[in-house]
Design a protein around this ligand. Sequence first.
Ligand SMILES: NC(=O)c1ccc[n+]([C@@H]2O[C@H](COP(=O)([O-])OP(=O)(O)OC[C@H]3O[C@@H](n4cnc5c(N)ncnc54)[C@H](O)[C@@H]3O)[C@@H](O)[C@H]2O)c1
Length: 459
Amino acid sequence: MNSLNNYLASTLLENKTAHKAITADVSMYQRLCDKEASLALVGLGYVGLPIALEFAKHFQVIGFDINEGRIDMMKDHVDPSGELSTEDFLNRDITFTASPKELEKAEVIIVAVPTPVGKDNAPNLRPVTLACETIGRSLKKGNIVVFESTVYPGCTEEVCIPILESVSGLKYMEDFKVGYSPERINPGDKVHTLTSITKIVSGCDEEAEREIYNIYDHIIEAGIHLAPSIKVAEAAKIVENTQRDINIAFMNELSVFFEELNINTHDVLEAAGTKWNFLNFFPGLVGGHCIGVDPYYLIHKAREHGMQLPVISSSRFINDSMPAKVVKLVEQRLAKAGKKLSESKVLVLGATFKENVTDLRNSKASELAQLFYAKAGSLDVIDPMADKGEMMDYYGLNLAETFADDYDAVVYAVNHKDFEIIDWSFIEEITNDAAVVFDFKRTLTVPVEGAGKIEYLTL
Ligand SMILES: NC(=O)c1ccc[n+]([C@@H]2O[C@H](COP(=O)([O-])OP(=O)(O)OC[C@H]3O[C@@H](n4cnc5c(N)ncnc54)[C@H](O)[C@@H]3O)[C@@H](O)[C@H]2O)c1
């Protein structure tokens, strides 16, 4: 595989320096460079929009999304996901559209639509199959379709390609080619960005591999890894996220047990972390659309093969039950102080699915807030990143704008940068005597003289 990677790297160099060839079999990559062909992005969310804008620095790009409201915002240089700035839209060769007809102009089509799970945690492939139907209607001979949406191994070949073939009437491999290239961006992370993360690519045959490799290599500074097959590339992405899920579940399981033994897990991890090969994971709330969702795609695929994945399934169970465990712990600590949760005032800091993002969907912090809402005397949720209307729509909860000064429990659930100004003296100001403060990631610094009137809890 290394030699193939080297071969592709040298081909790329040739292509990059090549003059415009006027032959019929000139590469798709060259035609994109020469703006004789266009590249389309289908699905312009957290993943699709940055890719579209990066390619639009060099190629002619069509940005297609079914959500007209989002398209209107992008036409006004606003990223609906709140990750990119107006400058990121400037000097880009891109047309934003909600009209599927525009896809007829594209010869390379990249798909970045959502892959959620349903209520039963089974994969919901509807956005992907709909996107395939849309693309199928405008697919032409010579086109290349690359899937970026996270799916289980086999999905591209077993689900997507048959739809492309039947809707377009074209023959896979003969008339059009397919590849898979998983996205690894991390919303809210300004260090690991699209171009600075090694990109995995794969293609259905050597020609597709070469074209897809060259196309992505044009924008990715960190380099390209060519996977030997589409299935391997699909599996690699899902394994990355499942590995994180399992490791966090391990930490969560330990933290609840160590709490029982009156041992602080962070102290244990600090000590154990002095060994060279100890892995750096911490207890936490696992929400969002990737780590908490992707393992279910693997579980689903295993079931199709009559197999169970007990390690992965238990990890999902452990991480999903963390909000309830936190509520129970806080309730127990309040009880020790002679307070009933049903008469206590609780503050939850943070509602989005992780720090420094605006996205409220699949948020365990908000789920935690809902549990407190059901059990506590009263509840304030404060999150400067979250949208009030969305919070009400998704979770039926209000977002408070100001802090009260009489909380019996404070749960520091999401570590937004905006919360960095919260220090111990502020916590003292906003809490009653014998309050419980639950600090998930041990963010607060407790004074050396001790927590005083506060019962301080980390996992
Ligand atoms: N968000 C992440 O951090 C991240 C990271 C890596 C991979 N992924 C994966 O990338 C994929 C996209 O995730 P996302 O976070 O960008 O989703 P998102 O919800 O932010 O955006 C998806 C976009 O696709 C649009 N869309 C839905 N169905 C469509 C269709 N049929 N045709 C055209 N547009 C359609 C939506 O309107 C939306 O704008 C998912 O498979 C996800 O698992 C996400």
